[in-house]
Design a protein around this ligand. Structure first.
Ligand code: UD1
Ligand code: MG
Length: 452
């Protein structure tokens, strides 16, 4: 790949910060301005956890996605600003016999494929809002949407080997090549990221605050890899030096810390994450308790896909997954309901008590048939861990009801009934704690099992 300049295009980063502020202001202004049109188009929902019945405009994630994607498209020329700057000096360079650099087509294809995936996610999310697509239909679509990303990954000579942790090396050797399995893993990542935020939802501010904190965590991680002026590396010294970098599936080794390619990857991630933070922060203002607008599935899908895009294209998909700890917990806990072992009501949101204004755990009852032996086993195990509360038939001891298998219910079980805004703050707290743990695992503990 032709080297254009040893220093990465920092002016583009300044422009990106400007675009992010624009994204924030646009979301702040356009969401209330367009809410009425959404209600007229029947895109509205009832806030399940309130006493009032007024329709709240739904699917405003479409406005957020439009702002986000349009700004990303306008930003593309800025991302190549260093190339254009050098282009102007080319006649002189040719005269002086210096090799002229080519346009970085590879980087452009990274951009275009990412935007394509985001557009498909937006389309899927909006269709889901309008038609309530079935699970079995909506699971494969993000996998297909990830194909352009995977091809670009392949064309970059995408690495598919994984470094084996030191304690397992006697058995497996130091590197295993996962080959096509690595591509399967990356395409599943797109489905996981898009759906996992959507199923940790239902209280005001929950979806967009998760996206906001994950995006901020990714940004913090990216900043660790930028060349700071004056050799400023304090964050790294606090965290312990990163144990090498992820190159494809490789946790460590392979690429010099501070190399242009590594810096460029994290700049790419910043270009996608900064405007996302802007748009989410602007939307959160209107979605905060008591919500004046709902995100709809569109916001969950487009933010999830944005995370999958940066994780795959900037080669840090495993670090990214560490920022999804509450979502991973919620997904694993939800599995018995998602896969039909335990009844799954249309809404698993907490139960609202209009008298006290507090949220309580919500329940799923075994109405049609008694729980299977597997379901009983799973629920009893979860009850021992304190993740569910079961109601049993006194005479037979058979389970007749369980609390819904969600993180929100676990929090309500542990800390007792609380107001909706307290619960969302607790959810935000667990997301922040998860990210803090992620940094400790990635930069502290990884050093124990991987050599840097
Ligand atoms: C997912 C959850 C479902 C949860 C729903 C809430 C699974 C498998 N599905 O379904 O259990 O009830 O999200 O978003 O876990 N709503 C509120 N307050 C909010 C946000 C949403 O009351 O702060 C209600 C509104 O009535 C809104 C509806 O939820 O209209 C949106 O639900 P939707 O996003 O369509 O549900 P799913 O994503 O299918
Ligand atoms: Mg939803």
């Amino acid at each position: 790949r032709p080297l254009i300049d040893p220093t990465p295009p920092m002016p583009a980063l300044h422009a990106c910060v400007g675009f992010s502020i624009l994204a924030f202001l646009a979301a702040l202004h356009l969401v209330p301005a367009l809410g009425g049109i959404f209600v007229q188009a029947n895109l509205k929902g009832r806030d399940l956890l309130k006493t009032y019945d007024d329709p709240v405009p739904e699917s405003l994630g479409l406005v957020c996605a439009s702002i986000y994607i349009l700004l990303l498209i306008v930003f593309i020329p800025f991302a190549f600003s260093d190339f254009f700057a050098h282009q102007q000096q080319q006649p002189r360079k040719i005269r002086e016999g210096i090799v002229v650099s080519e346009f970085p087509h590879q980087q452009l294809s990274v951009y275009l494929s990412s935007i394509l995936s985001l557009l498909i996610a937006t389309m899927l999310g909006f269709l889901d809002d309008v038609f309530d697509i079935r699970w079995r239909h909506k699971i494969p679509i993000p996998i297909i949407a990830a194909i352009p990303l995977l091809l670009v990954y392949y064309s970059e000579g995408g690495k598919t080997d994984v470094v084996v942790p030191i304690p397992l090396r006697w058995l497996l050797g130091s590197l295993i090549n996962l080959g096509p399995l690595y591509y399967v893993y990356m395409s599943l990542l797109s489905t996981f990221c898009t759906n996992s935020i959507n199923i940790l939802a239902g209280i005001n501010g929950s979806e967009v605050s998760q996206a906001l904190i994950i995006a901020l965590s990714v940004i913090l991680n990216d900043l660790l890899y930028l060349p700071w002026p004056f050799g400023f590396r304090i964050p790294l010294y606090l965290l312990g030096r990163p144990t090498g970098v992820e190159v494809g599936g490789v946790w460590s080794a392979g690429m010099a810390y501070g190399s242009r390619e590594l810096v460029e990857r994290h700049l790419f991630s910043l270009y996608f994450m900064l405007p996302l933070v802007g748009v989410c922060a602007g939307f959160l203002y209107h979605n905060w308790y008591p919500a004046r607008a709902f995100p709809g599935d569109t916001l969950c899908y487009v933010t999830g896909m944005a995370f999958a895009v940066v994780g795959i294209q900037a080669h840090f998909s495993k670090t990214l997954l560490l920022f999804f700890l509450p979502q991973i917990f919620n997904f694993l806990l939800s599995c018995p309901q998602l896969f039909g072992l335990v009844p799954c009501p249309r809404h698993r949101v907490p139960r609202f008590d209009p008298g006290s204004g507090l949220l309580h755990t919500s329940h799923a009852a075994f109405k049609d048939h008694p729980p299977s032996r597997l379901a009983t086993l799973a629920l009893r195990a979860l009850a021992i861990l304190g993740f569910v509360q079961l109601t049993e038939e006194p005479s037979t001891g058979r389970i007749v009801e369980t609390t819904n298998l969600t993180l929100l219910n676990v929090l309500l079980l542990r800390f007792g009934p609380m107001k909706e805004d307290s619960l969302v703050k607790m959810l935000i707290g667990s997301q922040v704690a998860g990210s803090a743990l992620a940094f400790v695992v990635r930069y502290g503990l990884a050093g124990l099992v991987y050599d840097g």
